[in-house]
Write a protein that binds this ligand. Structure first.
Ligand SMILES: O=C(CO)COP(=O)(O)O
Length: 135
């Protein structure tokens, strides 16, 4: 699976804890992240993460481009619901594209953990067929 990991500044600690807790699960997948989130994940774990630009500089849009091409299977996006973001339009655009393409997005830890269990049980395996038939 292609999995995107994104966290706003006040949620980065949650993301790091999530990645440490589920490192074994995440390891076999192709991981993508916005710039700072990816750096912090790689500092805290052994995970290899393809890093895009930082969110405010276009990283959300770069991940959105993969969603538009139907190449992203699952997005973990720990948003900060209490702080205004300068790139709010980019964030909304990414979430909109995920809805357009029916890509699951976990915006908090509780949902992310449920999704991990679902993926482990093969609930998202249909994505492999979607990507294969498209290419
Ligand atoms: O702002 C972000 C997502 O909207 C995250 O960007 P960084 O991972 O570069 O902090």
């Amino acid at each position: 699976m292609n999995i995107a990991l994104i966290a706003h500044d006040k949620k980065k600690e949650d993301m790091i804890r999530f990645c440490i807790a589920y490192e074994t699960f995440l390891k076999p997948h192709r991981l993508y992240a916005t710039g700072t989130t990816g750096t912090k994940i790689m500092e805290a774990t052994e995970l290899k993460v393809h890093r895009f630009l930082s969110g405010p500089l276009g990283g959300d849009q770069q991940i959105g481009a993969l969603v538009a091409q139907n190449e992203m299977d699952f997005i973990v996006f720990f948003r900060d619901p209490l702080t205004a973001q300068p790139h709010e339009p980019d964030i909304l655009a990414l979430l909109r594209l995920a809805d357009v393409h029916d890509i699951p997005v976990a915006t908090n830890l509780a949902t992310a953990e449920i999704m991990i269990r679902a993926i482990e049980q093969g609930e998202l395996n249909w994505r492999n067929y979607v990507r294969k038939n498209q290419s």
